[in-house]
Design a protein around this ligand. Structure first.
Ligand code: AP5
Ligand code: MG
Length: 215
């Protein structure tokens, strides 16, 4: 049976950072619904515009669309030995659909909560910068690139800031998390599927902890 590793945690907790390490070292695909939605950035369809508006407000994209995207993505061949979900599920309906999906795919779920106190999260998000080429995640306070504002691996690429990483949207995203996503922690805890790691430590130490918990 293959594993679905569900990375949970508030916005800015480090899901993307850890998912990238897991992908690289366990050779499982990282499926980030946020990244999928952001890839619509240059699309001019009404649907893409609607998704952009929702993200700018710090709200959630409707379940129906999100669930459909995850089903399609996880049906691809590279997911047959398992996969990492980063940012999904985020609502009870998404969690229920994942249970069903896991059953259909004959996969088991392990949920890992990256636990970070609220007061650290705002700085993590407002300080975040990404490489537009490889998506590597930096932080001007906690993980600065070697040279000012360019990727270590792509020196021609100026780092970019996400449109939803301004203080106002960050606050809305945190509120959305509290209302809609935090209850899922209890859902996975009750099901006996939850592991919790302290997300305030060095990313490499957190990684080792996660790897131990998902093996
Ligand atoms: P999404 O892209 O998933 O954003 P998020 O959940 O808000 O999480 P982030 O990506 O902000 O944080 P992260 O936990 O990945 O942290 P990271 O590793 O980057 O979603 C964006 C939007 O898309 C949503 O608001 C919603 O509109 C929509 N959406 C997505 N999924 C959806 C779904 N399922 N349903 C409906 N709508 C959906 O790290 C953050 C920063 O901290 C970085 O700068 C990093 O360098 C730094 N950092 C990381 N780890 C550490 C550490 N250990 N110590 C110090 N600094 C660290
Ligand atoms: Mg992320």
């Amino acid at each position: 049976m293959a594993k679905i590793i569900v990375l949970m945690g508030a916005p800015g907790a480090g899901k993307g950072t850890q998912a990238r390490l897991l992908q690289e070292r366990l050779h499982l695909p990282q499926i980030s619904t946020g990244d999928i939605f952001r890839s619509l950035k240059h699309s001019q369809t009404p649907l893409a515009q609607e998704v952009r508006d929702i993200m700018t407000r710090g709200h959630l994209v409707p379940d129906e669309l999100t669930i459909r995207l995850v089903k399609e993505r996880t049906a691809q061949d590279d997911c047959k030995d398992g996969y990492i979900l980063d940012g999904f599920p985020r609502t009870p309906a998404q969690a229920r659909s994942l249970e069903q999906l896991a059953e259909e795919q004959q996969n088991t779920i392990v949920a890992v909560l990256i636990d970070v106190p609220l007061e650290l999260l705002e700085k993590r998000m407002t300080g975040r910068r990404n490489c537009p080429v490889c998506n590597e995640i930096y932080n001007i306070y906690f993980k600065p690139p070697r040279n000012d504002n360019v990727c270590d691996l792509h020196p021609d690429a100026e780092l970019v800031q996400r449109a939803d990483d301004n203080s106002e949207t960050v606050r809305a995203r945190l509120a959305t998390y509290e209302q809609q996503t935090r209850p899922l922690i209890e859902f996975y805890e009750t099901a006996g599927l939850l592991r919790t790691v302290d997300g305030t430590r060095d990313p490499e130490v957190i990684y080792q902890d996660i790897e131990r918990n998902v093996k």
